[in-house]
Design a protein around this ligand. Sequence first.
Ligand code: GDP
Length: 443
Amino acid sequence: VLFGSLAEKLQNTLRKLKSKGKLSEAEVNEALREIRLALLEADVNFKVVKEFLSKVKERAVGQEVLESLTPGQQVVKIVYEELANLMGSHESKINWASRPPTVIVLAGLQGSGKTTTAAKLAYFCQKQGRRPLLVAADVYRPAAVEQLKILGQQCQLPVFSLEEGCSPVDITRLSLEQAVKSGYDPVIVDTAGRLHIDEEMMDELRAIKGTIQPHEVLLVLDAMTGQDAVKVAETFHQQVGLTGVILTKLDGDTRGGAALSVRAVTGCPIKFIGVGEKVEALEAFHPDRIAARILGMGDVLTIIERAQAAFDQAQAREFQRKLRQKDFTLEDFLEQLKQIKKMGSLDELLSLFPGSGPFKQLKGLQVDERELLHMEAIIQSMTPEERRNPTIINGSRKRRIAAGSGTSVQAVNRLLRQFSEAQKLMERLSELSSGKKTKGKGF
Ligand code: GDP
């Protein structure tokens, strides 16, 4: 779960507020004190915390809020809006060139995930139907050029590189000529990283910037380094001028200090976030959706997008028909698990749902190939009638199925419990993927 420890503390505080019918100013102040502590523990910049709280307070202790019918919910709404504002309120998209190619320069310290992110970003653009060109301009670390070539090969992305001895400025300039000739867009330049900020690196970035005038200069930052990442961003922005930030390793960052501070401190928007090691693990950054996730309001829009990507419309209609006619069988369940696998990890998907409670049985369920084979074996050991109507599966039937599939009665029980929750989950997903709005659930 994104920013797990921060999310838990904030949600606890806000839950207490929501449960009260009337709120006094003292109770709001107490909640603000808890929020302040949670943010500081999450390594959010202290000035940012101070400003954030004064904005929330100004809006939350007014008479309209305290004397309203649902004061607790009003305060939650204010915290949500200010949290989203802190991170830039809306998605900040790539500044596409009016005349292609769009040139995107990636900068960052070594180990921040810069090279991986270059490949992820190219992959992201490719999925949107563009033809990206990756440029290996990290000439000081020969392994970086090799790494980028390998990543490029894995996803069939072209990588531009020159033999040793060429300057990054030359490489970048020549890659642009190539891009124009071959119709590549965007051009994504992986520049040299250093262990620490030094003059040489800044000079080189300024030189590249001066020569090719990129449309984007994005700084890749390791979110796990918290306030250090924010300081690095300040320095780069002062010395080179950034158009945005990509925060990596958010999957390992339970605190969220960098994500919540970097925009407020530097004024640079976060444009993308890295959420895993795989090349698909890059997301556009939506401050409003992230704020909703942190506060446990769920991220229904992201679920909809994923569901729409994973299910095609015909499948979605077929699911709905089956669900309506109570015709959703265990075989369908297996089919659906395969679909869910395409939507990312199940745990991550479940964490997007509002509230923390639903679908407990499905938490921790590994939908890997082996588990799917086990489930398939269990389901195949059932009679057609049992598959259609699992409620008839009593103790002796369970023992027979377990023996037939080479598993255990516990495994059969687990599958049946998961099936019943999956029915509910599928119902929600198929509603969502058909574009029906889920009204008021969790919000
Ligand atoms: P560079 O030195 O900045 O080019 O860094 P690399 O691209 O070589 O990445 C350093 C390490 O961070 C590699 O092991 C990557 O797999 C890992 N990494 C990069 N982005 C992410 C991310 O979003 N999540 C996780 N978990 N690991 C990442």
